[in-house]
Design a protein around this ligand. Structure first.
Ligand code: GLY
Ligand code: MN
Ligand code: MN
Length: 434
């Protein structure tokens, strides 16, 4: 991502919050896993979106039309000894020369400098309620300004959730963002193809998990966007199954929901395929129904459709299919209204995708589903998860299937970013046999 792109983002935010506004945003913190071991550090998505700065212990400020500069960073100062142990830091000079901060201060000066940045502003935008310590800090800075009102200082009187403007911005992906997401999806798609080719009965679920990670890391995507779900047989019916501890049995399906993160952007792909490379007749019947629902949903992923239309298309197709199989009985419209499909399909058909796998952005505006527009990226991921109940014919019990693609809305319709991994059953069998 270029410096110009980050600057454009800050400009757009500045415009949205207006000249009387100021945005304040903390970086993510390092977290202890156990004793001297930290969890791998992942920068806060909002913070990296605006700054491109990947270190912990920092604050960013965007203050439109500020004379000394609109973009201020507080960061860790250079420290030879700490850098010997933990790696290099940009430091106060580095964030101005490397990241284009107009002004920078060591983090130790935060409480001293921040009130002077806030003074004279009407509105403070920050991630309200995300961290009680941050709420207290902001109020502390504001109170410092209030204490000076008799000297003519003006304190802000309005506090606004930064999400309300920043997340709207993040929902619309630029060309540079779409390019990264295309590459992330391609890496994940290639890794899914590899798993189809490697899979054999008797392997552990965790063997496929490890292969996925290896395939992504060797293509430049060391991190995953979320813990991989590798569920053989009945485990596929547990929606967030991440134990990945069982062996894959001959004659079962395996559901793999896995995606890499590339340069801070997620991919999120699910494929379900037979462990031995050949669908049984009942598996194929259910699989083709889920695929039909997915294709119907993807058809609705285009500009002008509202957010819920892909879901509605998937639900209609699945409900009709379940009636066709004798699992549901009644009129389609009524069954949908009563959500009779829910014991078999209990989740939504997708979510926004971006820097976060369940990305930010409102799904409704003024109580109406929002309308899809070019630059939005969503997943389309219907599924069926068959319980062992009397309504379900024995041959279908315990089968779990989901098919998930990443879809970029374009001017003319959509682009399926994850199209490189097969999903038609014949194509899957052909790849597995190759
Ligand atoms: N992998 C999480 C999801 O599909 O929503
Ligand atoms: Mn997924
Ligand atoms: Mn998903």
């Amino acid at each position: 991502m270029t410096r110009a792109e980050y600057k454009r983002r800050r400009r757009a935010l500045g415009k949205a919050i207006g000249d009387g506004g100021i945005a304040v945003l903390p970086a993510a913190r390092e977290r202890i896993r156990n004793r001297d071991v930290h969890y791998p550090f992942r920068q806060d998505s909002d913070f990296s979106y605006l700054t491109g700065f990947m270190e912990p212990d920092a604050f960013a400020v965007v203050a439109p039309k500020r004379e000394e500069g609109e973009f201020v960073l507080f960061c860790r100062p250079r420290d030879d000894e700490r850098e010997q142990w933990d790696g290099s830091r940009l430091g106060v000079e580095g964030v101005t020369t490397e990241l284009g901060a107009d002004q920078a201060f060591p983090l130790s000066e935060l409480d001293e400098v921040m009130p002077s940045l806030i003074e004279g502003r009407k509105r403070v935008y920050f991630p309200i309620g995300s961290d009680p310590a941050l709420d207290a800090c902001v109020m502390g800075w504001v109170n410092q300004v209030r204490a000076k009102v008799r000297t003519g200082a003006a304190a802000p009187d309005t506090f606004i959730a930064l999400d309300s403007v920043l997340h709207e911005q993040r929902l619309h992906k630029s060309k540079a963002e779409a390019d990264i997401m295309r590459r992330a999806a391609q890496i994940s798609a290639d890794a899914h193809c590899r798993l189809m080719q490697l899979c054999r009965p008797g392997m552990r679920e965790s063997d496929l998990e490890a292969e996925f990670q290896h395939a992504c890391a060797t293509q430049g995507a060391r991190d995953l966007a979320y813990p991989s779900i590798v569920g053989g047989g009945r485990n596929a019916c547990v929606l967030h199954y991440i134990e990945n501890a069982d062996r894959l049995a001959e004659g079962n399906l395996v559901l793999i929901d896995a995606g890499c993160e590339l340069d801070g952007y997620a991919s999120d792909i699910t494929r379900t395929f037979p462990v031995n490379g050949r669908f049984t007749a009942p598996q194929r019947t259910l699989y083709e129904l889920v695929l039909k629902a997915q294709l119907a949903a993807i058809k609705k992923a285009r500009p002008g459709m509202h957010w819920n239309e892909p879901h509605e298309a998937a639900v209609r197709t699945l409900t009709k299919g379940l009636v066709g199989l004798g699992i549901l009985k009644g009129k389609i419209g009524k069954l949908i209204e009563e959500e009779a499909y829910k014991p078999y399909y209990m989740h939504r058909t997708g979510h926004w995708l971006g820097m976060d796998v369940h990305d930010v952005g409102a799904y409704k505006r003024e109580q109406q589903w929002r309308v899809l527009a070019p630059g939005m990226v969503l997943t389309v991921e219907p599924g069926l998860y068959m319980p062992s109940t009397d309504e379900v014919p024995e041959a279908y019990r315990g089968i779990g299937i989901r098919i998930e693609d990443d879809v970029l809305i374009t001017k003319d319709g959509h682009e399926i970013l994850s199209a490189a991994v097969p999903k038609h059953p014949d194509a899957i069998e052909a790849l597995m046999a190759a």
